[in-house]
Design a protein around this ligand. Structure first.
Ligand SMILES: Nc1nc2c(ncn2[C@@H]2O[C@H](COP(=O)(O)OP(=O)(O)OP(=O)(O)O)[C@@H](O)[C@H]2O)c(=O)[nH]1
Ligand SMILES: [Mg+2]
Length: 306
């Protein structure tokens, strides 16, 4: 049977078995104070950050003071509960436009997973019975058009692209017009990766926004930063700069499958307080999961579904 939990569990295996593996070994054993110190180090090593690490270990220490028979599994449950509270309110939904197309614009630093995520979203939307157009606004990187074209063909979705070096805002305009005239429900714009401190590149995003707003004052309904979850806290400053230049509505965190540092997501959410719509748990079109706090927290602490 399909289970979001199983997907999370498989996807987060590296964090759960790698960095937190030592905690799993404590599951059926009575824990000691030094085990709690070990849990603290382990959480920190998995990029949970100081605040979250100390919130979790403090709760475990308090429980340990009350109950000396505390087992590793109880500690993991406490960890999962504390993390769930930290992430309360972080699950988000795509915002739907009053008049189609709903525009989703993906931004972020180089290699964060924007193009792959654009393809994954297109696949998800198509599977839900809605129509979608992809817009290739990455006119900067030479191989970008080929990459998104391959995805569009594979998924059998419409693509609007231009030539390498063309004005990305002009592509956004053309893609919007095409989506509108074809009566598409969604338009997904993939943009070029850019460093958050390169002012001219950040200004280009503002131009894309202006062009979209000219077509529909409420567009883009979804301005999403795609964050590489394996890079940890570096992403926070970057996301702040993107928010300033492009007004973000949400985040998608990718590559949580390939990292032993799956805890970074908590730090990113704590700092940015932007809803997390989806997480990337692999490289295939179907490896995009709606973010589910409970499934994430339980998977990361190696707990069962309930
Ligand atoms: N394991 C894993 N790999 C991913 C995920 N998302 C993307 N990738 C891989 O990360 C690499 C970069 O992905 P792209 O989608 O090209 O990233 P991008 O942000 O479009 O890159 P630029 O356009 O160059 O800025 C590719 O090899 C993807 O297959 C994910 O969730 N998990
Ligand atoms: Mg790309």
């Amino acid at each position: 049977m399909f289970s979001i939990f199983k997907k999370f569990k498989d996807g987060l295996k590296k964090t759960a078995q790698g960095a937190l593996g030592g905690i799993l070994d404590l599951f059926s054993k009575k824990i000691s104070e030094s085990d709690i110190d070990f849990i603290e180090e382990t959480l920190y090593g998995a990029d949970f950050g100081w605040d979250t690490t100390s919130d979790i270990t403090e709760a475990i220490r308090n429980a340990y003071k009350r109950e000396k028979e505390l087992r590793g599994k109880d500690a993991a449950q406490i960890g999962s509960d504390v993390l769930s509270r930290i992430l309360e309110g972080s699950e988000g939904e795509l915002k739907i436009a009053q008049n189609a197309p709903t525009v989703i614009c993906l931004v972020g630093v180089n290699g964060s997973g924007k193009t792959t995520t654009a393809a994954k979203l297109a696949s998800l939307i198509k599977k839900s019975g809605k129509s979608v157009v992809l817009g290739a606004c990455d006119t900067f990187r030479a191989a970008a058009n080929e990459q998104i074209k391959t995805w569009a063909e594979r998924l059998d979705v419409d693509l609007v692209a231009s030539s390498h070096g063309a004005d990305s805002a002009a592509v956004a305009w053309d893609a919007f017009q095409a989506a509108k005239s074809r009566g598409a429900d969604f338009l997904i714009l993939d943009t070029a990766g850019r460093l958050h401190n390169k002012e001219n590149l950040m200004n280009e995003l503002a131009k894309i926004r202006r062009v979209l707003e000219k077509n529909d004052p409420t567009a883009p309904q979804n301005s999403i930063i795609v964050v590489d979850g394996s890079l940890g806290s570096n992403s926070i400053e970057q996301a702040k700069a993107f928010d300033k230049a492009f007004k973000l509505s949400a985040m998608i965190i990718t590559k949580l499958d390939g990292t032993s540092k799956g805890g970074a997501l908590a730090g990113i959410y704590r700092q940015l307080k932007l809803p997390i719509l989806y997480v990337g748990l692999g490289e295939r079109a179907e490896d995009l999961q709606k973010f589910d706090v409970k499934a994430y927290c339980n998977s990361i602490f190696g707990l069962d579904e309930n």
